[in-house]
Design a protein around this ligand. Sequence first.
Ligand SMILES: Nc1ncnc2c1ncn2[C@@H]1O[C@H](COP(=O)(O)OP(=O)(O)OP(=O)(O)O)[C@@H](O)[C@H]1O
Length: 592
Amino acid sequence: MGALTDSINDLRTNARQWEAFYHRGHCVVLAPPGSGKTKLLTTRLAYDLFNHIPEPHGAACITLTNAAARQLQRRVETLGAPQRSTLFIGTVHSFALRQVVLPFARLTGKAELLSLGIASDKQERAAYVEAVAHVFGDPRYPSDYVEEVKARRRSLDTAPVTPGNPYLAAERRYRDNLRRQGLMDFDDVVEAAVDIVEHNPALRDVLMARYPHLYIDEYQDLHPGLDRLIRALCLGEAKAELFAVGDPEQALYGWAGSNPDLLFDLASQPDVHSVRLEHNYRCGHEIIRVANCIQRGHTMVGHRDGGDITTTRCPGGFPDQCEHVVGVVRQAVASGAVLHEIAVLCSTNRECKEVAKAMRDNGIPAFIREDAYRLNRATSFVENCTSWIAAGREFSDARLGNLLRDWRRLLTPSWTPQHDGALVEVLLDYPTRPDTAASALLADLFVLGLAGVFEQQAQAEEARALEQMKEHFADGGHHPLTVKDLAERVRRTNRVEVTTMTASKGLEFDIVLILGMDEKHVPHFKSANDQAKLNEDRRKFFVSITRARQAVHIFYSGFVRWPSGRSATAGPSRFLLEAGLITSASSPSRLW
Ligand SMILES: Nc1ncnc2c1ncn2[C@@H]1O[C@H](COP(=O)(O)OP(=O)(O)OP(=O)(O)O)[C@@H](O)[C@H]1O
């Protein structure tokens, strides 16, 4: 119990963390970046599994994305928490599908859901575009309408809708489009789960017996459907115990239908004990001072000395910013920085690719998470196999034991010990031919049993991501991606990490470089007249800055050039002025 004891001892040194850790009954922790929310949640879960949750009962630990769920899983394992079949760590969608809809749909008159497949991204998109075109008459920017319809569905809005509301009509048409193809989507799954839990007290009892403790991370960004599930399982007559952590100031998914006010409301419920943390253990003092200026009213207290923020104007536009990034990274490395402790954050995936290319062209290795497929248990298993094949068992970050564990989980319920032998054989064979196409490895894994994922509704998320991965591998044409290429691409050690500002959430690095801090870009021009969107863009900047332990470097040009060739000269981002990082006198918008 060494790691767990150490972590508990850390919490003991902070009175508020200790108060939350020690409290019995519902507890909601509201806390700023770097204040130990995830540490608190994982330590409490591991401790409870040892001391408060006797078998066969278990716990459900729910978060927003697959990446966050994998990180929680890793942190809980590091603390030595005991494994048990009633321990669920995963996303809201997989909780709704595996723990509520699949086991209870038949008993609650929703058996028809069991015969539906889960739509792929492409099928979803086509169904939305058709519905929007039909209802709104081929609008110029269909994506704006699609996002609006999606956000409406996710809000599970029960307010009466005026007859003839076009968004409701589009929603219905979309759903009919899917049903005609025998499909549903994950929003249907969450909606069905909410309905099952809210209207069936006996099934609630069954769920609470399995999961008498619920742990929720990043509450502010979760689907409103989850809020309804949690309230149904924990508040009122229901008795599951809730431990939730979140930070409304880091809410970044309003555009996707999430609502941080739900967290405030949950924290103010009479039988919920709420704790506010204020210490930030991650960032140096100067970074905290600036972060507090960005989010006025935020009073993070620093724990670490130092911290440095520089702001650089690059008059040559984004290419010039990339050149400056190369210079700063070189300088940092010369001063002893480790590459994987440096992150480069951009607003868009396209910019991420551009700056990664600039670094690689200058001999700086960079890791960039391509968005060609979602990373979840199945796709990261395939990636880890390529790492093991290409780097060998001594140098690979992937461990054979972990590969076999994931393999068994993916193949359950048809896994047999022979499947392990077959996987090991393939892993030992491929190192002799690392230039084989990654698609061939994937095909081999499908034949060995991975294709079974497509037959199980419970593995719908995995199947969807594997399908995307397969399509991506097939995209290479005459230059297919090889096993070695993929292993190289997914290696993070000793590489600068390049990611979007939004996806940087939950990560921490010594040095963070932020590009594109120009007005109309951050904040986005579409946010200018929408206070909610403007606040969300401000929070994105706040989250980005607070990823750094020691130093933040910010770059701007004073103008933006879009891929279409159009440009706008609107000066540096207003957020730089608000934070006092530049003065209005030094703002180029004054000079132009
Ligand atoms: N009491 C403590 N003593 C020492 N270190 C701590 C303590 N609490 C948290 N930390 C450290 O602070 C860092 C941030 O913790 P953690 O990632 O849990 O914060 P968080 O609130 O989830 O951050 P964010 O919201 O920005 O993702 C980690 O390195 C963690 O180990």
